[in-house]
Design a binder for this molecule. Structure first.
Ligand code: HEC
Length: 117
C-alpha cells in the first residue's frame, strides 16, 4: 500500500490503521455493552460501578477477558456476562479501554482467544 502514499504524513502503517480500527469498533462495543454502568467516559457510578479511568486491571488481558466473558458474581453488585461477544470483540473492547485509560497498544484477538477462564 505504501506505493499509494503521496505525502509522508498521509502514510499510516497497516499496523496503525488496524489499531485505529480496533479502537473504533471497541468504542461501539463499549457504548453498547458497558457504558450503561461504567459511563461513557469511564467515570463509573458512585459505589455501584467502578470507574475505569484509574483501573489497575487494564493491562491484565486474561483477567479482563474472563470478566467480560463471564461477568462477576459474589459481590453486592455484579457485572453481567457477555456470551454474545467473540474473541475479536473482546480484544477490541480491551484495546479501546487501554486507548482511553491505559497503555495505547493493541490487544490481539489471539491473546484473548487463548485465555482459559
Ligand atoms: C450492569 C452493569 C455493568 C456492565 C453492563 C458492565 N460492567 Fe464492568 N463492572 C461492573 C461491576 C459491578 C464491577 C465490579 C465487579 C467486581 O469487581 O467483581 C465491574 C468491574 C469491571 C472492571 C474491573 C474494574 C476494576 O478496576 O476492578 C472492568 C475493567 C470492567 N468492569 C469492564 C467492563 C466492560 C469492558 C464492560 C462491557 C463489555 C462492562 N464492564 C460492563 C458492572 C458492569
Amino acid at each position: 500500500m505504501s506505493g499509494f502514499c503521496i505525502a509522508v504524513n498521509a502514510c499510516k502503517s497497516e499496523q496503525q490503521i488496524r489499531y485505529e480500527q480496533f479502537v473504533i469498533s471497541g468504542k461501539n462495543l463499549y457504548e453498547n455493552h458497558c457504558a450503561n454502568c461504567h459511563g461513557k467516559n469511564g467515570e463509573g457510578l458512585r459505589n455501584l460501578y467502578p470507574a475505569l479511568t484509574s483501573s489497575s486491571k487494564l493491562g491484565e488481558t486474561a483477567y479482563l477477558t474472563c470478566l467480560i466473558q463471564n461477568g462477576s458474581t459474589g459481590k453486592e453488585v455484579n457485572m453481567p456476562a457477555n456470551p454474545a461477544l467473540y474473541a475479536i470483540d473482546i480484544a477490541q473492547v480491551i484495546t479501546y479501554l487501554n486507548d482511553r485509560w491505559g497503555e495505547k497498544k493493541i490487544t490481539e484477538t489471539e491473546e484473548v482467544a487463548k485465555v482459559k477462564c
